[in-house]
Design a protein around this ligand. Structure first.
Ligand code: NDP
Length: 303
């Protein structure tokens, strides 16, 4: 298979590219910056990867079997009005561009699959409600972003299968929210953040990458799929496990101001949170390597 990926140089994309290559797929990284992509995927170590800058995206999209769309400016920043605009616009612009290029291809040769990222932020936040793929959208800023992001992806022509993965907080080595939070846990001895009652819908990076690969290859995977582990936890529970795995007592709450200093308003995701169940993945029989957060943390921190 030939898979082209936007955001392939990011935290999730890097791992996805490597997995696809290991599975003998041809991969094209659709990037805004060749120089950066070449640093992420040096030709000596990754000889087979094609790197395409924006002016070349159309050529490679045309010859792809599948497209994975992960691009977007990071949300873990201070949300000034300009940055909020960029958080939304970077996702909408890239998705619209990809969809337009797919729709322009010859119907007989076009990619058959578009897997597009979105987030559990779609549902808004709640300490009491549970959400699954059928739940209605929330009405905060991230919910708005996710709604528009998804509706852009759905503008692809009907003969292209669309999978929208509503991704939870991705736990993995060397990146994502966990890498930013660990120094805080070291500093404050790893107590809960905020009240600790907020829900934390997480997924191990390996499972998310496998879910994306299934979504590419398996015709039964289509429409909205929550990209979360089957056992969301309250944040205090996640902190207890993190403290235990790191060999640190979990008793001092990490102050909100400290979290906001590293995650900016993007901290709302871990300060408020939502309890999301991956009903669709369960129905499809998706097999998780890490169903419990403690096992995921052990793998990430200890191995
Ligand atoms: P990263 O921030 O690590 O990478 C995203 C990629 O998007 C970058 O490598 C970059 O690729 C591209 N990008 C950055 N800024 C812009 C911009 N202004 N316009 C267009 N493209 C840009 O993200 P992740 O890998 O963590 O996440 C991938 C997607 O999944 C994101 O859209 C994110 O919102 C979503 N998601 C992630 C979660 C997580 O916990 N990590 C949770 C929920 C959703 P390049 O420079 O090559 O163009």
């Amino acid at each position: 298979r030939f898979v082209s990926i936007t955001g392939g140089t990011g935290f999730i994309g890097k791992k996805l590219v490597q997995k696809l290559i290991a599975g003998h797929n041809q991969v094209c990284v659709l990037t805004r910056s060749r120089a950066n992509a070449e640093l992420v995927f040096p030709a000596k170590k990754f000889p087979g990867i094609i790197i395409a800058e924006e002016s070349e995206w159309g050529t490679y999209i045309e010859s792809s079997d599948s497209i994975v769309n992960l691009a977007g400016v990071p949300i873990s920043t201070r949300w000034s009005p300009e940055i909020k605009k960029e958080i939304k616009q970077s996702r909408i612009d890239t998705t619209s561009k990809v969809v337009k290029l797919v729709n322009q291809t010859d119907v007989n040769k076009r990619p058959s699959v578009l897997v597009s990222a979105t987030a559990v932020g779609y549902y808004g936040t709640s300490e009491t409600q549970s959400f699954d793929e059928q739940s209605p959208p929330g009405n905060d800023f991230l919910a708005e972003v996710c709604k528009e992001w998804e509706s852009c992806a759905l503008k692809v022509d009907k003969d292209v299968k669309v999978v929208l993965i509503r991704i939870g907080v991705v736990l993995g080595k060397d990146g994502g929210a966990l890498a930013k939070m660990i120094p805080l846990f070291m500093m404050f001895a790893g107590g809960p953040i905020g009240s600790g009652k907020q829900w934390f819908s997480w997924i191990h990076l390996d499972d998310l990458v496998n879910l994306i690969c299934e979504s590419i290859a398996n015709p039964s995977y289509q429409g909205v799929i929550n990209g979360t582990a089957p056992n969301p936890v309250r944040f205090s529970e996640m902190c207890d496990h993190l403290g235990e795995v790191m060999g640190r007592p979990s008793w001092l709450p990490v102050p909100e101001f400290a979290l906001k200093a590293v995650l900016g308003e993007g901290a709302t995701i871990v300060l408020q949170g939502q309890k999301v169940f991956p009903l669709k993945a369960k129905e499809l029989g998706f097999s998780y390597k890490y169903a419990y957060v403690k096992d995921a943390l052990k793998d990430i921190i200890l191995s």
